[in-house]
Design a protein around this ligand. Structure first.
Ligand code: PLP
Length: 374
C-alpha cells in the first residue's frame, strides 16, 4: 500500500517499470559506447536506432528529425539559441506564460541584440492568434509558443499559430514538454518546425529528452563536441535513458486514450468534492486543459501554507506561486491571467497521473477543506 499521495505529475512522473527493466540491460550488460566500431557496440548502436524510430513514430516524425538532448530545458535552449547563433533570425515572438527555459533563453537572445515580443494571454491563459498576426512584422522571426502551460494546463491553438508564422515566412517552435505522452501530437499535422519534449514528464527517466527538428530547418549546433546526433549535439549518448524514454513514450501512446479517460474521471471527482466541501476557489486555465491538471486559487488563502500542510498529511502537490526567499511571489503565469489579488496568493496545482485514483482525489479535497477551515 502506498504511504503517500503523489499528485504532482506535472513536476515529474514515476518511472515506468517496463522502461526501468529495459534500461538495466544497457547499464549492466550492453554498456558500450555506441560510437565505437567494435562488435560489442553493435547492440547499443542498434538500440539507439530503434529508440529514435519509436520516438519518431509516436509523434509522426521521421527518425532523422529526432535529436536526443538532456531534457526539456536543453531542447528549449537549443531551439532559441541555435537559431540566434546562425544569424537567421532578428526577432522572437513568444508568450508571457512560457517556462523559464524559454523566457531566460529569450533574455540571452535580447542581450545579443534580438528583439523579443512577449504576447499577452487571455484570462484563460490562451494566446489569441490575432495578437500573433499583428505582432509579426518581419520574416526573420522565430515564434515560440508552448503547447500547454505547465502551471494552468491551458492548451494553445498551436496549428493556427504555426500557420500564421509560416504565412509570414517565420519559423515556429513549441515547448510540448507537458503534452508529449499525454495528448496526441502529430508534428506533420501541426506543421511545427521544432518541438521540445522531456522524458520524465511521461514516465521516462530524468535527464533525457529530445528536440524534433523538421527536415531542412537551419539550426546551429548547441553543444559542440563529437559527431553524436550528426554533429549537432556532441557528447556520448545516455543510451539507457534514451531506451527508457522510448519505452515509456510508446507505453503512454498505446494507452493514451485510456489514461486520459481515467485521469479526467479523477479530475472530475476532485472538482466535485471541492464543490461539495464548499471551498471558495477559482479554477485557472481554459476549457481545453491537459488531462488531470487542476490549478485553483483559493480565496484569502496561501499556496505555500497549503503545500506544507498537505505535505504533513503525506500529500504532494505544487503551488502555482514560486516562493522567492521570504516573499510569496505570485508566479508570472498567475499574474499574466490576472487572477484577482484575494485569490492569487492561494494558488495551488494538483496534477493527477495514471497512477492516481478517485479515493486519492477525495482525500486531497478533504485535506484542503480541513486546512482552510482551521
Ligand atoms: N518546459 C515545460 C513546459 C516544463 O514544464 C518543464 C519542466 O517543468 C520544462 C520545460 C523543463 O524540462 P526539464 O525538467 O526536462 O528540463
Amino acid at each position: 500500500m502506498k504511504q503517500f499521495i503523489y499528485a504532482d505529475n506535472a513536476a515529474t512522473t514515476k518511472l515506468s517499470l517496463k522502461a526501468f527493466q529495459e534500461m538495466q540491460k544497457y547499464l549492466l550488460y550492453d554498456y558500450s559506447n555506441p560510437s565505437q566500431p567494435y562488435s560489442f557496440s553493435s547492440n547499443s548502436k542498434l538500440a539507439l536506432k530503434e529508440a529514435r524510430k519509436i520516438i519518431a513514430n509516436c509523434i509522426n516524425a521521421t527518425p532523422d528529425e529526432i535529436y536526443f538532448t538532456s531534457g526539456g530545458t536543453e531542447s528549449d535552449n537549443w531551439a532559441i539559441k541555435g537559431l540566434v547563433l546562425n544569424g537567421n533570425i532578428t526577432n522572437i515572438i513568444t508568450s508571457r506564460i512560457e517556462h523559464h527555459a524559454i523566457l531566460n533563453s529569450c533574455k540571452i537572445a535580447e542581450m545579443g541584440g534580438i528583439s523579443v515580443t512577449y504576447l499577452d494571454v487571455t484570462k484563460e491563459g490562451v494566446v489569441d492568434p490575432a495578437l500573433l498576426e499583428n505582432a509579426i512584422t518581419n520574416s526573420k522571426t522565430l515564434v515560440s509558443v508552448m503547447y500547454a502551460n505547465n502551471e494552468i494546463g491551458s492548451i494553445q491553438p498551436i496549428k493556427e499559430l504555426c500557420a500564421i508564422a509560416h504565412k509570414n515566412n517565420a519559423l515556429f517552435h513549441t515547448d510540448a514538454v507537458q503534452c508529449v505522452g499525454h495528448i496526441k501530437i502529430d508534428v506533420k499535422e501541426l506543421n511545427v518546425d521544432m518541438l521540445s519534449a522531456s522524458a520524465h514528464k511521461f514516465n521516462g527517466p530524468k535527464g533525457i529528452g529530445f528536440l524534433y527538428v523538421k527536415k531542412g530547418t537551419n539550426l546551429n549546433a548547441f553543444i559542440n563536441g563529437g559527431f553524436q546526433e550528426k554533429g549537432y549535439r556532441g557528447g556520448t549518448e545516455n543510451v539507457a535513458a534514451i531506451i527508457g524514454m522510448a519505452m515509456a513514450l510508446k507505453e503512454n501512446i498505446v494507452n493514451l486514450e485510456k489514461n486520459a479517460l481515467h485521469i479526467r474521471n479523477i479530475e472530475k471527482a476532485f472538482i466535485s468534492r471541492l464543490n461539495q466541501n464548499g471551498i471558495e476557489y477559482l479554477r485557472n486555465g481554459s476549457q481545453n486543459t491537459l488531462p488531470g491538471l487542476v490549478n485553483i486559487s483559493i480565496k484569502n488563502s496561501n499556496g505555500e501554507m497549503l503545500l506544507h500542510r498537505l505535505d504533513l498529511m503525506g500529500i504532494y502537490i505544487s503551488t502555482g506561486a514560486a516562493c522567492d526567499g521570504k516573499n510569496n511571489k505570485v508566479s508570472h503565469v498567475i499574474k499574466a491571467i490576472k487572477v484577482p489579488k484575494d485569490y492569487a496568493t492561494g494558488t495551488i496545482r494538483i496534477s493527477f497521473g495514471k497512477e492516481n485514483n478517485i479515493e486519492e482525489a477525495n482525500i486531497i479535497a478533504d485535506g484542503i477543506k480541513r486546512i482552510i477551515s482551521k
